[in-house]
Write a protein that binds this ligand. Structure first.
Ligand SMILES: [Cu+2]
Length: 123
């Protein structure tokens, strides 16, 4: 009988720890989109604007921008972020831009001809 009680106490404890771990993990992923040590950002265009979601990044944590190539027409795929020396043409085969925002502020993202424009914040 004692062994059985002990078993249930340990089982209950293990379940609480297990559930807590997933709750904390889930909350982290939804509040700031930080997955591991990378900030995942979705990018697309609306009219002549770039839309970044989220548009606020944390300083010194690597950013991984994933462009939705179905919503980045023509030259909007030629992406420039001058403040962080980013210059890349994205496409179906490679839609990812990675850099680490090492300074705080509001920064521009534009196509290489400056037709498409957007901003993001680093805090
Ligand atoms: Cu352009």
């Amino acid at each position: 009988m004692k062994n059985k009680n002990l078993f249930f106490i340990i089982l209950t404890f293990a379940l609480i720890v297990f559930a807590g771990f997933f709750l904390i993990k889930g909350e982290k992923a939804t509040t700031n989109n930080v997955s591991g040590d990378v900030q995942i950002v979705k990018l697309w265009t609306e009219g002549a604007n770039y839309v970044l979601n989220p548009s606020e990044f944390k300083k010194d944590i690597p950013v991984r921008i994933e462009a939705d190539v179905s919503r980045t027409p023509g030259c909007s795929r030629s992406i420039v972020i001058p403040a962080f020396n980013v210059r890349k043409v994205v496409g179906v085969g490679d839609n990812v831009i990675e850099f680490t925002p090492t300074k705080k502020g509001t920064f521009n993202i534009a196509c290489s001809m400056n037709m498409y424009q957007g901003t993001f914040k680093v805090v």
